[in-house]
Design a protein around this ligand. Structure first.
Ligand SMILES: Cc1cc2nc3c(=O)[nH]c(=O)nc-3n(C[C@H](O)[C@H](O)[C@H](O)COP(=O)(O)OP(=O)(O)OC[C@H]3O[C@@H](n4cnc5c(N)ncnc54)[C@H](O)[C@@H]3O)c2cc1C
Length: 457
């Protein structure tokens, strides 16, 4: 047996063990990946004994809101992520494909049939013991790998255990996310690089507004439709930082003295200070994505596209993430996690799902897959796999572990997280090239990722 894998014995059978906390999308996928590599898993799920504010059933992998797993196309990064998962034997993708309902090019599922099927597959898997219990401490003695996948609505007890592990400063309780656009889609004939008073060099893209443009934008913003606030999310809106539309409602000038203040900025095209300025900050390195500074919002996604495209320079902006404000428990992964999803401070502890700072059903399940693969390798005494950044799995893990820790906010998968492809080719061809490259890169590591998989469940 390995240097650090623990072996348990019953009768003649000897097997390494692992623990997974949380039977959501990430935890179910992680448990499955461990089990199919012949690791004996204890999967802890507190429902239905203790419910979260958003779940309604005791089923595993319950979809708490939409029944859509988004695009299925390889011209879309989430479609690519799903295809990679299929090729790596994902339980979540298999159950989603089997419970699919018609939804055009998206993959939508019959939500009850989907989570029932995941539950049945886990319950009937001989390598998994499903334990219906709230976990209050992070178990494990350093030999047994533990995957924490307690989700955005993790129970208070486990939150306190996580904060003891990672430090209270590195654990957050809500998203206040501003939209992100691709650098490529910004019209630089209408905006300019620079920092206030010239301090900080070309750190920001500045979108200058005339008085007329500002007034039209303000009108659209205060009358746009917003998302419904659920009771458990009220705290966020009233105690957290303020949504841009809420601030705008305080008066026509409020934004000009807030995030749209023009002070310290001169438009090189006019040589004058603009009436108002929207600033965009670099979101990643190399800079392919930009976030709209101070634009945390609860506007409906369609409304964000309509209203924020009124900003000069953003008329054709491609949004890779829309703004949201909701309850969400997540750790500061850039500070505490490695791209293998192991804690920097403790090799045997892995994190997976929304709690790592990935955003979305598919992204959560995909991170569960990576954590499951690496926890299995840990249990078997093998070194972990770092998925290449050219793959959607690798790009996601790379982002959460290398993003700016000071401004870390959860992220959906998108092509902007993957190394760009060069050449003067159409946008759509670039996406196809990135997907082809990803599947090729995945093929190269398939042997090592699928090492130890046994079809004996
Ligand atoms: C209200 C809300 C709506 C969302 N809507 C969408 C959407 O429409 N589309 C989308 O793509 N994403 C959505 N998300 C984001 C995210 O994709 C989902 O939350 C997703 O379920 C996250 O997967 P997960 O495995 O990380 O967490 P979960 O699926 O929540 O799984 C975590 C599991 O851990 C269990 N658990 C918690 N604490 C303990 C404990 N101490 N002991 C044992 N078990 C525990 C929970 O009961 C839960 O089953 C939404 C999030 C929220 C909060």
């Amino acid at each position: 047996m390995s240097a650090h894998g623990k072996v348990a014995t019953t009768g003649k059978i000897a097997y390494p063990e692992a623990i997974v906390i949380g039977g959501g999308l990430a935890g179910s996928e992680a448990a499955w990946q461990l089990a199919r590599r012949n690791i004996r898993v204890k999967l802890y799920e507190m429902r239905p004994l203790k419910m979260t504010p958003a779940h309604h059933t005791g089923d595993l992998a319950e979809l708490v809101c939409s029944n859509s797993l988004r695009s299925n196309s390889l011209q879309n990064a989430v479609g690519l992520l799903k295809e990679e998962m299929r090729r790596l034997g994902s339980l979540i993708m298999e159950c989603a494909d089997r419970t699919r309902v018609p939804a055009g090019s998206a993959l939508a599922v019959d939500r009850q049939a989907f989570s029932r099927l995941v539950t049945q597959r886990i319950e009937s898997c001989r390598n998994i013991s499903l334990i219906r219990e709230e976990v209050k401490d992070i178990p494990g003695d350093g030999d047994v790998p533990v995957i924490v996948a307690a989700g955005p609505l993790a129970s208070e007890a486990i939150i306190s255990a996580i904060s003891n592990l990672v430090g209270v400063d590195y654990l957050y309780f809500y998203d206040a996310v501003a939209p992100i656009v691709t650098l490529e889609s910004v019209d630089f004939s209408r905006c300019f690089w620079g920092s206030r008073y010239g301090k900080g060099g070309d750190d920001y893209v500045n979108c200058p507004m005339t008085e007329e443009e500002y007034n039209a934008f303000w009108e659209a913003l205060v009358t746009a439709k917003t998302m419904e606030t659920r009771p458990f999310e009220k705290l966020v809106v009233f105690e957290g930082c303020m949504p841009i539309e809420e601030m705008a409602r305080r008066g026509r000038e409020a934004l000009r003295f807030g995030p749209l203040k023009p002070v310290g900025l001169v438009d090189p095209r006019t040589g004058k200070r603009p009436y108002a300025v929207v600033q965009l900050r670099k979101e990643n390195d190399p800079c392919t994505l930009l976030n709209l500074v101070g634009f945390q919002t609860r506007l409906l996604w369609g409304e964000q596209k309509r209203v924020f495209r009124m900003i000069p320079g953003l008329e054709n902006a491609e949004f890779t993430r829309y703004g949201v404000m909701h309850r969400n428990t997540f750790i500061n992964s850039p500070r505490v996690l490695r791209p293998t999803l192991q804690l920097k401070a403790r090799d045997s502890i892995f994190f997976a799902g929304q709690i790592t700072g990935v955003e979305g059903y598919v992204e959560s399940a995909a991170s569960g897959l990576v954590a499951g693969v690496n926890a299995a390798r840990f249990a078997a005494g093998n070194p972990p796999v770092v998925f290449p950044q050219e793959t959607a799995h690798g790009a996601l893990c790379h982002y959460i572990c290398t993003a700016d820790p000071e401004h870390f906010q959860p992220m959906n998968i998108n092509f902007g997280l993957m190394p760009p492809v060069g050449g003067r080719i159409k946008e759509i061809d670039k996406k196809i090239k990135i997907s082809d490259r990803a599947l090729l890169a995945l093929k190269k590591i398939e042997e090592i990722v699928l090492d130890g998989v046994a079809e004996i469940l």
